[in-house]
Design a protein around this ligand. Structure first.
Ligand SMILES: *[C@@H]1O[C@H](CO)[C@@H](O)[C@H](O)[C@H]1NC(C)=O
Ligand SMILES: *[C@@H]1O[C@H](CO)[C@@H](O)[C@H](O)[C@H]1NC(C)=O
Ligand SMILES: *[C@@H]1O[C@H](CO)[C@@H](O)[C@H](O)[C@H]1NC(C)=O
Length: 251
């Protein structure tokens, strides 16, 4: 019987003590309990499933229903889904309540959750909530807990208006570059994990010139944390807010 590697890694993780695993950065919370219980249900289901039913069929990938308020990816096909884990960066002109933080970009690692998106979207959508509190591995190419997700690329701002997704990681893994523009945005749903100051919005990004590969659109959904405080009161001149989100790549 065939079991996807991520499932095996989850089995390993589930039997380990979570406190070691998360370096005490994370209390063993309700979300985590819910996540592990869903994951173990899935593992049990998979153990009773034939190989053919556990493929990584990207045509089965669809955006969460709340994303329907964004322009739909009509005519496009899902290519990859990645968990983004990093920081949203902001600046403040001064540290008073009369100024407001300015977003200056984001820096994140992207981890490959494509097969999870194709097979277990309800498990996938719980990941950002857990992930935003887990430190990014300091070793380049290290996998990301809690599911030993493989590094799929890097997200950063090419310039102030151009979010870039570079999916060329190793010499073997050359998956291209999506250069994008923000076209539309909706507030994260009320159910989003807010962190300290709220979850960043969901986005529809369109590929622009400079893109390498089939990428036509990128969606940022299922955001957790990342928003700044409403004013600069008591803030440094530049600061970072931890966040996690799912990025859906279409082409
Ligand atoms: C954003 O913050 C990260 C640290 O998380 C830092 O590495 C990066 O240089 C910052 N980027 C900008 C544009 O300030
Ligand atoms: C993501 O993982 C799937 C399944 O292993 C693989 O087919 C795909 O090429 C990976 N995508 C990237 C961008 O690494
Ligand atoms: C950012 O880069 C894009 C792509 O090269 C370019 O079209 C745009 O003019 C640049 N914008 C700024 C503010 O530099």
């Amino acid at each position: 019987m065939y079991i996807l590697p991520w499932v095996l890694s989850l089995v390993a993780v589930s039997s380990a003590a979570p406190t070691n695993f998360f370096d005490d950065a994370y209390d063993f919370s309700e979300e985590l309990l819910g996540y592990y219980s869903k994951v173990s249900q899935k593992i049990n289901q998979i153990r009773h499933t034939e190989a053919s039913a556990v493929q990584c069929d990207t045509s089965k990938i669809s955006l969460p229903s709340y994303a329907s308020s964004l322009p739909s990816p009509t005519g496009l096909s899902p290519l990859y889904v990645g968990l983004g884990r990093g920081t949203q960066n902001y600046t403040c002109a001064d540290s008073t309540s009369s100024s407001t933080p300015t977003a200056i970009g984001a820096v994140a690692n992207l981890y490959n959750t494509t097969c999870l998106a194709a097979n277990y979207p309800e498990v996938l959508e719980m990941l950002p909530t857990i992930a935003y509190k887990i430190a990014i591995p300091t070793t380049e190419y290290a996998t990301f807990p809690p599911a030993n997700l493989e590094l799929m690329g890097h997200h950063f701002f090419y310039n102030s208006t151009t979010p870039e997704f570079n999916l060329d990681t190793t010499t073997e893994k050359q998956y291209g570059i999506a250069m994008t523009n923000k076209i539309d945005t909706i507030d994260a749903p009320s159910s989003a994990t807010e962190g300290q100051y709220g979850a960043v919005s969901w986005l529809y990004l369109k590929a622009v010139s400079g893109t390498v590969g089939k990428y036509k659109a990128v969606y940022r959904v299922d955001t957790a944390s990342g928003s700044p405080p409403t004013t600069c009161k008591g803030m440094e001149s530049s600061f970072e807010i931890q966040y996690a989100a799912l990025y859906y790549f279409y082409g």
